[in-house]
Write a protein that binds this ligand. Structure first.
Ligand SMILES: [Zn+2]
Ligand SMILES: [Zn+2]
Length: 129
């Protein structure tokens, strides 16, 4: 799976609070969204909820900038979207699962075992319960 820059994040909601500090504007953000992913086990697509909670300082000038090096633009307008996107992308699992208990595909007939019972024997490793 490749995470392109065009990955579409759906249902983005959230809020950002702005606090003025001597160094700059401190943004407290809490955003939620969901993204369509493909389960690595059963290959079904599903909606994965994402949440991005972060504090970032937009400094008044370079001297007070934090590691993120965010500087308050001259026009004072902050576009949070790229930042929110970055934080949401971090939340996307590398090996997404539609469900922690996803049964995956049958090794023998390829059926989605979450949806159908094909009565094929499970591989021996799967029996250790
Ligand atoms: Zn699955
Ligand atoms: Zn089967």
């Amino acid at each position: 799976m490749e995470l392109s820059q065009d990955l579409s994040v759906q249902d983005l909601t959230g809020l950002a609070r702005v606090n003025r500090t001597p160094q700059g504007l401190l943004i407290n953000s809490d955003f939620k969204a969901s993204v369509r992913l493909e389960c690595v086990r059963c290959l079904d697509s599903f909606q994965q909820p994402l949440r991005a909670i972060f504090d970032e300082l937009y400094a008044f000038n370079e001297r007070t900038a934090t590691e993120s090096a965010l500087i308050l633009p001259d026009d004072g307008y902050i576009d949070l979207q790229p930042l929110v996107r970055e934080y949401l992308l971090i939340e996307i699992p590398i090996n997404p699962l539609c469900n922690e208990d996803c049964m995956g595909l049958c090794m023998i007939c390829g059926a989605n075992r979450n949806k159908v019972t094909c009565n094929h024997e499970e591989p021996p490793e799967g029996k250790a319960t």
